[in-house]
Design a protein around this ligand. Structure first.
Ligand SMILES: Cc1cc2nc3c(=O)[nH]c(=O)nc-3n(C[C@H](O)[C@H](O)[C@H](O)COP(=O)(O)OP(=O)(O)OC[C@H]3O[C@@H](n4cnc5c(N)ncnc54)[C@H](O)[C@@H]3O)c2cc1C
Length: 375
């Protein structure tokens, strides 16, 4: 089997690289690093607008929805190239929320949300985790109660990254408190500026900001509930699978490797062996990503496969950056990059579901193994 990129894909990577060369300068790279790869600062807001203008936020959306109709594999190639240069990825509103609305939303909801996401007018923070519901997400307690024509939302979400600049919360809530815990959940779109919503910053290590978001008697219209009432678990797990495909990109690791080779001056045997082993691991991670993206293009939903890419890439990020710091001059650019990737690695191992939970998914859904005896 030949895993090399064909001419069409090579031309696409070249186009993406030329765009980055023209639009993503040192100032943008520094802002991206400071903000943990989120397009939240003034320089990157402009960069994001240029991506939107090219249709690159909605790369894989069907043309009928105003997208570019490109494959998930092409989207992966773009995200990987972006990651190589430290540019912010296509955000989760376009890459996870929108495809989930396309699958499960009503026609009216598709008309309401998709064009607004496409134009950048709607941007979501992802409201899943709570103080007592992270890995065991289905234990969540934030609720939405029907009151005539509206839903009334109450509760607290934790780690809502990007809520400080988002327009809406893509919020999972309990709508049936009497149903089994996975069955009574729904997803609602809540405007961040609705009365009763409060956003409170939480700064994590490495200086990256996320938020706690409180909801007190927040009233949203009935149609803000996406798809069917109490079917929300399916929507959240689908959106999470889309999210995990995009967490595992390897571009940042390849750049670090290339910069390391440029920096190293002494090639003793153990250094050469170490570098060879790291290059095998990076290639392995890249091919796992190819498979997950290819599966989406075949109409399959990578589940265990998306979890595999996430585990392999995020753990490699920590071990690769630690290894590089042993090898290179601490004042070099490679060392600066390694320190940045090292600090970023722990939250990547948590974000989108922890790697322990991903291993559970691989064991149960990928390998068909039984659930652990203790659970
Ligand atoms: C920087 C950052 C940004 C985030 N952004 C968002 C966001 O935008 N939106 C959002 O909704 N969430 C977000 N999260 C939350 C993230 O998804 C959760 O932190 C994660 O799901 C883990 O939940 P928890 O923090 O409650 O940890 P817990 O679930 O309490 O887990 C604690 C530890 O126990 C382990 N553990 C738990 N259960 C098991 C088990 N069954 N088997 C083995 N080990 C287990 C976990 O792996 C972990 O190591 C973010 C988190 C961080 C750190």
């Amino acid at each position: 089997m030949d895993f090399a990129l064909d001419e069409h894909h090579q031309a696409w990577v070249k186009e993406v690289r030329e765009f980055l060369r023209a639009e993503f300068d040192v100032e943008a790279e520094e802002e991206s690093r400071r903000r943990g790869g989120e397009a939240s600062g003034p320089v990157l807001r402009k960069f994001r607008a240029k991506m939107a203008k090219r249709g690159w936020l909605a790369l894989t959306w069907p043309v009928g929805y105003g997208g570019s109709g490109r494959t998930t594999f092409e989207q992966f190639l773009l995200m990987d190239e972006f990651a190589y240069w430290g540019a912010p990825a296509i955000d989760l509103t376009a890459s996870a929320v929108a495809p989930t609305i396309m699958r499960f939303g009503t026609d009216a909801q598709k008309k309401r949300w998709l064009p607004a996401i496409l134009s950048g007018e709607v941007e979501c923070a992802i409201g899943y985790s709570e103080p007592d519901a992270g890995s065991d997400l289905a234990s969540l307690r934030t609720s939405a109660r029907r009151d005539g024509d509206v839903w009334v939302v109450n509760g607290e979400k934790l780690w809502n990254t990007g809520a400080e600049f988002a327009t809406h919360e893509w919020l999972v809530v309990r709508t049936d408190p009497d149903a089994p815990k996975h069955k009574g959940l729904s997803v609602v779109m809540v405007p961040i500026d609705a009365p009763g919503v409060t956003v409170q910053p939480i700064v994590t290590w490495g200086g990256i900001r996320t938020n706690a978001v409180h909801f007190e008697d927040v009233r949203v219209d009935a149609d803000a509930l996406i798809g069917a009432e109490n079917d929300g678990w399916r929507y959240v797990t689908t959106a999470l699978d889309f999210e995990r495909v995009s967490i595992g990109v390897t571009g940042g690791l390849r750049r670090l490797y290339d910069e390391t080779l440029r920096t190293i001056t002494s090639y003793e045997v153990d250094v050469r062996h170490g570098l060879a082993e790291l290059s095998v691991k990076i290639e392995n991670a890249r091919l796992l990503n190819y498979r997950a993206a290819w599966m989406v293009d075949q109409g399959l939903m990578p589940n265990a496969e998306a979890s595999m890419t996430k585990v392999v890439t995020t753990e490699l990020q920590a071990s690769l950056s630690a290894a590089v710091l042993e090898l290179v001059d601490p004042t070099s650019f490679a060392a600066e990059l390694a320190r940045h990737l090292y600090r970023q690695a722990p939250y990547l191992r948590f974000g989108g579901g922890t790697n322990e939970i991903q291993r559970d998914i691989i064991a149960q859904r990928g390998l068909g193994l039984p659930r652990g005896a203790s659970r």
